[in-house]
Design a protein around this ligand. Structure first.
Ligand code: A2P
Length: 344
């Protein structure tokens, strides 16, 4: 079997470090692994699965001899260095939002639209975390019943806004318990005018707002990326909310189907969906929660029930570690899928 020279761009970050773990634990066939980050981290040693890696500074020359690079250093870094990587002949799987809506760049959730990978021109985009988990959860429902519209509310963990947001949740929680006023400096992400405490609170803002239509950028990612991934006009109404959870996003998903539902078939379809774990046993109070699935690569679905007022309406609750299926694991899985398809 061919082995690949792999690079991870943004390897010191929250997603980058999970990418390294996924390359090692999901047996990506590597010959070498190069960890890239800013000059600040150059020379730093990262230990993973008993192996020590030395971080190198990212430059335009970093991609000579690299076969595949997994990127998670933010959109501006992808924009700045991607050309050099493509010119060096490297295949790039990018977790930033920079290329996602570019018509020349496939946007892929492997179990949903892996065929799109065949059209790549050196760059493949990894969708937004909330979009990946929703598309994976509803994929087989779309295949069997057809989806007209999805109404989704998200319950997003603070780690989606980086390490600083996690630190803020810890510090604010301590302050509130000590009877002090919590200090907010980081959340909401996109809050350029105001910040609000996340401890013991919910913030209905993830990223900046589009003042013309009232939706946040995160909500519009769910709308636009879902259409691109399915290649169909699936309508999405999203409300994205930050909640005081450290890691793992949840979503309350309402699906309006084209064909009438057959609930035993719905359960059968979900139980056999690739990437989905049906975890739903009400009699025993079994349903997914974020703390139960930290570090796990699946999308966990429960509370599956028919709309009380329509046989075309389905409600479900989905939970996934957004750093894994929503980012790192999906990227590595794209690479593994390309190997399986003989296109890497
Ligand atoms: P560094 O740790 O050296 O700053 P996160 O999204 O968790 O904050 O991680 C961002 C990742 O992107 C980190 O690995 C960070 O490296 C990396 N990064 C940030 N700025 C640059 C840059 N100018 N060049 C290369 N990597 C960068």
């Amino acid at each position: 079997m061919k082995k690949y020279n792999v690079a991870i761009v943004g390897a010191t970050g929250a997603v980058g470090s999970e990418m390294l773990r996924c390359v090692l634990e999901f047996n990506f066939p590597y010959e070498s692994i190069k960890l890239l980050a800013s000059a600040r981290s150059a020379g730093k040693t990262i230990s993973q699965n008993g192996i020590d890696f030395v971080v190198e500074e990212l430059t335009a020359d970093s991609f000579e001899g690299i076969d595949v690079a997994f990127w998670s250093a933010g959109g501006s870094i992808s924009e700045k260095y991607m050309d050099a990587a493509v010119k060096a002949g490297c295949v790039n799987i990018d977790n930033s939002s920079h290329f996602r809506m570019d018509p020349n760049v496939p946007l892929v959730v492997p179990e949903v639209n892996s065929e799109a990978l065949r059209d790549h021109k050196g760059i493949i985009a990894n969708p937004n975390c909330t979009t990946i988990m929703m598309c994976s959860a509803v994929n087989r429902i779309e295949e069997v019943f057809g989806i007209e519209k999805i109404t989704v509310s998200t319950y997003q963990a603070v780690s989606g806004a980086g390490v600083a947001a996690m630190d803020e949740l810890y510090a604010q929680s301590r302050d509130v318990l000590d009877g002090k006023e919590p200090i907010a400096k980081v959340l909401p992400s996109g809050g350029d005018k105001k910040h609000y405490p996340i401890a013991f609170n919910c913030i209905p803002q993830v990223d900046v707002f589009n003042l013309e239509n009232g939706y946040s950028k995160e909500e519009m990612k769910m709308v636009n990326e879902t259409k691109k991934i399915f290649g169909k006009d699936i309508k999405v109404n999203a409300t994205c909310v930050r909640v005081p959870v450290l890691r793992g996003h949840s979503e309350s998903i309402h699906i309006q189907t084209k064909k009438p539902l057959d609930m035993p078939l719905v359960f059968e379809v979900l139980a056999n969906s690739t990437g989905v774990h049906l975890y739903d046993d009400l009699a025993n109070q079994i349903y997914p929660m974020p703390t139960a699935f930290i570090g796990d690569e699946m999308v966990h679905v429960g509370r599956v029930r028919q709309d009380l007022f329509s046989d075309h309406g389905l409600n479900m609750w989905a939970v996934s570690d957004q750093l894994m299926k929503g980012a790192a694991y999906n990227s590595i899985d794209i690479g593994l899928k390309m190997i399986e398809m003989g296109i890497l």
